[in-house]
Design a protein around this ligand. Sequence first.
Ligand code: FE2
Ligand code: FE2
Length: 199
Amino acid sequence: MRVVLFDRIGGARLRRPGGPSGAGVGLRSLTRCEKGMSLMADLTDRTAQQRMEAHHGQLVAAVDESVAALERACLVDDTLAAEAAAARFQTLLEGDILPHASGEERSFYAAAEPLNGALVRSLTHEHEVLRGLIDTCHACAADLGRPADRLACLGVAHEIRALFSVHAQKEDRFVTPLLLERTPEGTVARLFVEMHANA
Ligand SMILES: [Fe+2]
Ligand SMILES: [Fe+2]
């Protein structure tokens, strides 16, 4: 039985033979070797590009949804709801967005740097700004008792949403196409595996 595919990284769900139908299995439950073998099963450069774009789409949508929930809670002046929404947003940022950025730096960025250093430095800078905003958001979320606190947290969340959306578009439009054009066949597929196998 083919064991492939991840909804956390831009595709369908990962299943193990004999596992419950439709039950996703977390990447961290697999060994590094298993992850790499599973990912490589069907992967070409083109499908890796498509999965990267799909994964970016999922992350952008998740950030949009999370910020919208925080906004709704802030606008109705509900401290408990705002705290819950801020906590969910923080989980998304720390559990998905930051590991994604670190994985890119180890794989896609490292491979693209000799081909276009300015592009990679620009994107790495955006990661640094993003990390700073996430730290600020975390600090703001610690106290949402007053309307001004909630609005400050919401402002940072909007900055994160705007930055991450444009940043992901830049990667899809410039980094992956650059690697497809300027590296040997199979490179993008390998980088995609490396990015997620080491997560
Ligand atoms: Fe990135
Ligand atoms: Fe990305």
